[in-house]
Design a protein around this ligand. Structure first.
Ligand code: GLN
Length: 384
């Protein structure tokens, strides 16, 4: 092979399968779980979603990089996913919003990319093996110690039992008041709203906070380890539990006791993704690791109470085991892909959560009504 064709990146799966390609972004090595995301837009939002900590993302959509990057699309201060795998080399940006290009952005932020990969073959491997552990290496000289890479992928202990929420949460509490630029007609802040909401940051996406503010919430964000006492000190009218990375069951020591205590106060509670899983744990249900998870922007979810189907944005590798939901907790939403649980509510109480991402970013906006439902619960509580 002539030198110019020498691969500059290598993706090694724990079973020894190797994918060679062209490296881009930062040089170096990373060990993580490998998933695939089927969204056709939003690579920047995906890479900066803190829920992707500890994961390398395979993009099944082939045109990655074509709209560049812009700070407006960051879901966190920097990319959090461990790396990215794409079919072709990232395209040159061609978009009026582009403030930079993907390759330099990854490089600046220490994230590795590999291009020129048969992402269909890789996606089939992910589905068959179930989210494999991988080592991804980028070396501009193209020198790799393959045996060492495979050994590292094999030795990695994985996401099960791993608490990553503590790593990505904010260091200190802060206020959030930025709203979304567009909000559907009939939704949104009304005269006299300004609900005091405490949002617990387990790795919160910015657009969730924007959606809460747009629905009329005055949001105070607290770190993941906030105690019930610290939450209640803000005299909240509602408590929000955010998305986040890692195994929900591994947050049992701090999140679950806090949520249990908050539940005893009769406040409206709303949870998304990791927040949904934690709420389920707090009421006594169990969570399980999925085979290859759900990561995309076209996942159909059925609201079992209304029969309505929402097309949703998804990003999860764990799920609530609906069989373990106790009496008084209703399953409200299910995935139409595999029947897995996508939502619960506590009967007769304004406490509910969903597995999918109503804030989209990227994805469809069918589920925005859930933010409105949370605001309405606080409106009703004031009126009572
Ligand atoms: N987006 C999320 O909040 C993900 C939740 C959890 N880490 C999972 O993988 O299932």
């Amino acid at each position: 092979m002539p030198n110019s064709d020498k691969p500059t990146a290598c993706l090694a799966l724990a079973d020894g399968t190797l994918f060679y390609g062209k490296g881009f972004g930062a040089s170096g090595e990373t060990v993580a779980e490998l998933c695939f995301n089927t969204a056709m837009t939003g690579y920047q939002e995906i890479m900066t979603d803190p829920s992707y900590a500890g994961q390398v993302v395979t993009f099944t959509f082939p045109h990655i990089g074509n709209v560049g990057v812009t700070p407006e699309d960051d879901e966190a201060a920097e990319p959090v996913a461990a790396g990215m795998v794409v079919k072709w080399d990232p395209t040159e940006p061609s978009n009026w919003r582009a403030a930079g290009d993907l390759v330099h952005w990854l490089e600046k932020n220490g994230r590795i990319g590999i291009g020129g990969i048969d992402t269909r073959r890789l996606t089939r491997a992910i589905r068959q093996q179930g989210a494999p552990h991988v080592a991804l290496a980028h070396d501009p000289e193209g020198n790799f110690d393959i045996a060492a890479l495979v050994a590292k992928a094999r030795a990695w202990s994985g996401l099960v039992g791993l608490d990553l929420a503590k790593d990505v949460t904010c260091a200190q509490s802060y206020r959030w008041d930025e709203t979304r630029w567009a909000w559907p007609d009939g939704y949104g802040k009304r005269e006299g709203d300004g609900f005091r909401v405490v949002a617990i940051d387990y790795g919160a996406k910015r657009n969730i906070l924007r959606c809460l503010a747009s629905a009329g919430c005055d949001v105070t964000v607290l770190p993941a380890t906030a105690t019930a006492e610290e939450v209640l000190a803000h005299n909240p009218e509602g408590v929000f539990l955010s998305n986040g990375p890692g195994d929900p069951a591994a947050t049992g020591e701090y999140a679950v006791p806090m949520i249990k205590d908050v539940l005893s106060r009769d406040l409206p509670v709303f949870g998304i993704c990791l927040g949904h899983q934690m709420l389920a744990l707090a009421v006594g249900a169990r969570t399980i690791k999925m085979n290859h998870g759900h990561h995309g922007a076209n996942h159909p979810v059925k609201d079992v109470e209304t029969g309505k189907v929402e097309i949703t944005s998804m990003n999860h590798g764990f799920a609530v085991d609906a069989q373990t939901l106790p009496k008084g907790v209703k399953e409200t939403h299910v995935s139409l892909f595999d029947g897995s649980n996508c939502g619960i509510r506590l009967e007769g109480r304004p406490v509910f959560s969903v597995q999918h991402h109503p804030e989209a970013s990227p994805g469809p906006q069918d589920s925005f009504y859930l933010f409105e439902r949370f605001a309405q619960a606080m409106r009703d509580r004031r009126a009572a």
